[in-house]
Design a protein around this ligand. Structure first.
Ligand SMILES: Cc1cc2nc3c(=O)[nH]c(=O)nc-3n(C[C@H](O)[C@H](O)[C@H](O)COP(=O)(O)OP(=O)(O)OC[C@H]3O[C@@H](n4cnc5c(N)ncnc54)[C@H](O)[C@@H]3O)c2cc1C
Length: 500
């Protein structure tokens, strides 16, 4: 072994939002992790800006909530879209990215979605991951990898340095939509495929006064799509073509509807918009996450980065449990079983929703699920869940699920600023309010939390729900069985792929 050779538990390839989140969630769970990213830092042209409240919950759990910059969008701005003559000109009809959510009094989450440009979000995740012990190597490219029964060997190279080997138990490929790792593994993809190519120009201008009534997205007739990152930067998306600076300025002024203000062009972009989902999310010791696993166009849901961050979260606790010897390796099979159907559902919803541009081909006939169902109410069916039958829909609102195993445990305030969700995340938790369950939990080595709002979990005062380390309900017993300890132990052992 050369002096530079490295051993780790998990190697993450790719330092975008999915890979950095994987490193963060793994480090937070105490897993030894190395991340390699070929670029020195985040791209100066952000893509994602809208992070949903479910992702906000995951960031809250790792202590990032207070570090997220206050943004116009987190206060409800910027999420509405209209067709317009120009930013200052006449506004026409509102077009919805997503079906308008049904009015509901239910508070689904302790946090709200946030609008943070990708080039500000990535460093936040990166810094936190490093603080928690992740070894993040920027300007480092993975050149090749191979796997055997015991692990993965990758050859990587830092800027101008000698190639060296990293040996890891597992590899997370978060290497983007072209994913050389996925290609090497021969994993095929299903979906619409290539849709179109877009150009963009990122610019700064004083236009805040035109952001009114929560409208922050403008489909400008004969020009393109104009929106803001909420920090003084704006992006104008254009059809594919070659644009020189004079032409870009002309387009920007046309989109604004004024040419008497200072505009600083920051950079330009070229984007391949495509839609596909990998036919497998893993092969042996390698797991795909983020765009490597699914490319979901940003329109009608902003699923792309959000779904990628949730992949990373789903995978992290499973890898941590298997590496710690608490779970058998079969637990890792539930990653594909749980996350691939979610990506496929997002793909379907994107094409079932009205895109407002009508340029993505045939609309898909499918039940439309509103955002609260997609963010807080997707259903997992896998060996890590008991009681999620094939007859159930893939998504529903949390109050309709009412604590259904396979769905995210419901949120309720249990103290000022403390949510039921804050009880979960670190390990397995039994939610119950009966002394016999408490005893059963102790025997099973599972934490027990008393929660007043048992009705939200679909439980009587004698019932109990077993919640996984990712905050999803694994199993529930609506009432007290004859042998609570036996029932809990067998459910825990089955859903955790327990090694005891
Ligand atoms: C215009 C636009 C707007 C969008 N807006 C939103 C939005 O508002 N909300 C949302 O959720 N999604 C949005 N998306 C989608 C979102 O940007 C992507 O889904 C997300 O950024 C993908 O993250 P990722 O980490 O999976 O992949 P990437 O960001 O592509 O990261 C992959 C990384 O892997 C690195 N890499 C690849 N190969 C190697 C190698 N061999 N060695 C080392 N490093 C390697 C690359 O350099 C890259 O940094 C948008 C997309 C576009 C195009």
């Amino acid at each position: 072994m050369k002096a530079t050779d490295v051993k780790t538990s998990v190697l993450v390839v790719g330092g975008g939002l999915a890979g950095t989140s994987a490193a963060l969630f793994l480090a937070w769970r105490g897993v030894d992790v190395v991340l390699v990213e070929k670029h020195p830092g985040s791209s100066p042209h952000p893509r994602a800006v809208g992070f949903n409240a479910r992702v906000g919950e995951l960031l809250r759990a790792v202590g990032l909530e207070d570090e997220l910059p206050e943004s116009r969008m987190s206060r409800g701005f910027g999420v509405r879209r209209v067709r317009a003559e120009s930013l200052v000109g006449e506004k026409y009809d509102e077009t919805f990215w997503t079906p308008p959510a049904e009015l509901s009094d239910v508070e689904y989450s302790p946090v709200r979605g946030v609008g943070v440009a990708q080039d500000r979000m990535e460093p936040l995740l990166r810094d936190k991951a490093r603080e928690l012990g992740a070894d993040i190597r920027m300007s480092t490219r993975m050149l090749e990898f191979s796997q055997d029964d015991d692990g993965v060997t990758a050859v990587v190279q830092g800027d101008g340095g000698e190639p060296y080997e990293i040996r890891a138990d597992y590899l997370v490929a978060a290497d983007g939509h072209r994913s050389p790792v996925r290609e090497q593994l021969g994993i095929t993809r299903t979906g619409r495929g290539y849709m179109h190519t877009s150009r963009s120009v990122l610019f700064r201008a004083e236009l805040q006064q035109y952001l009114k009534d929560g409208i922050g997205q403008f489909v400008i007739d004969d020009v393109g799509f104009l929106t803001t990152y909420g920090d003084g930067r704006w992006v104008l998306m254009l059809d594919d073509g070659e644009y020189d600076e004079a032409e870009l300025r002309r387009k920007i002024f046309q989109a604004i509807g004024r040419d008497d203000l200072d505009v600083e062009i920051v950079t330009t972009g070229k984007w391949t918009i495509s839609a596909s989902v990998a036919d497998r999310f893993s092969a042996g010791r390698v797991f795909l996450a983020g765009d490597a696993a699914h490319t979901l166009p940003p329109s009608r849901g902003g699923f792309g980065a959000n779904v990628g961050i949730e992949d990373a979260h789903n995978l992290a606790w499973k890898l941590a449990a298997v590496l710690a010897g608490e779970s058998r390796a079969e637990l890792l099979d539930t990653y594909d079983a749980e996350r691939r159907p979610v990506a496929t559902l997002c793909h379907q919803q994107i094409f079932a929703r009205n895109d407002g541009h009508n340029r993505d081909g045939e609309a898909e006939e499918a039940t439309l699920y509103d955002n609260n169902a997609m963010h807080f109410g997707v259903l997992y069916r896998s060996a890590a869940v008991l009681g999620a039958g094939e007859d159930l829909p893939p998504a529903r609102l949390p109050e309709q699920w009412n604590g259904q195993p396979g769905t995210r445990a419901p949120h309720a305030w249990i103290e000022p600023r403390k949510s039921t969700l804050d009880l979960f995340q670190r390990g397995w938790v039994l939610v119950a309010d009966h002394p016999q369950w408490e005893e059963a939990a102790q025997r099973a080595g599972v934490a027990c939390e008393r929660v007043e709002q048992l009705d939200l979990f679909g439980l009587s005062e004698k019932g109990a729900s077993l919640v996984r380390p990712d905050g999803y309900v694994a199993w529930r017993s609506a009432d007290l069985p004859d042998d609570p300890a036996g029932a809990l132990e067998s459910a825990f052992s089955a859903t955790s792929a327990g090694t005891r």
